[in-house]
Write a new protein. Structure first.
Length: 98
């Protein structure tokens, strides 16, 4: 494969460990990207690219909706669509000189 996208940063770390063990170069031969932007991804010997899903902002918005529903006191249910734009943090594991 040209690249691996993992559903978690820990999965990306495991993939990197295995890929390196079989002699494949990252990112020259295979790029790796994780998901969640865990703090450790920035501090690895080779930092890991990751999608940041803004968990703090997600929690704040969920709490606001929850509090609004509590204020309704059994009245009509509040239905809201909340969209948070994820951010791709590009780091060494996917930087390739083309």
């Amino acid at each position: 494969p040209d690249a691996i996208f993992s559903a978690t940063d820990h999965g990306a770390l495991g993939a990197i460990k295995y890929i390196k063990s079989i002699g494949v170069k990252i990112p020259e031969q295979v790029c790796v990207v994780g998901f969640s932007n865990e703090p450790f991804t920035q501090f690895m010997e080779q930092s890991i690219s990751s999608v940041d899903q803004s968990p703090l902002e997600m929690g704040k918005k969920a709490a606001r909706v929850f509090l609004e529903q509590l204020e309704q006191k059994g009245k009509e249910k509040i239905v809201k669509e909340v969209v948070l734009t994820p951010k791709l943090e590009i780091r060494q594991s996917s930087l390739r000189n083309i």
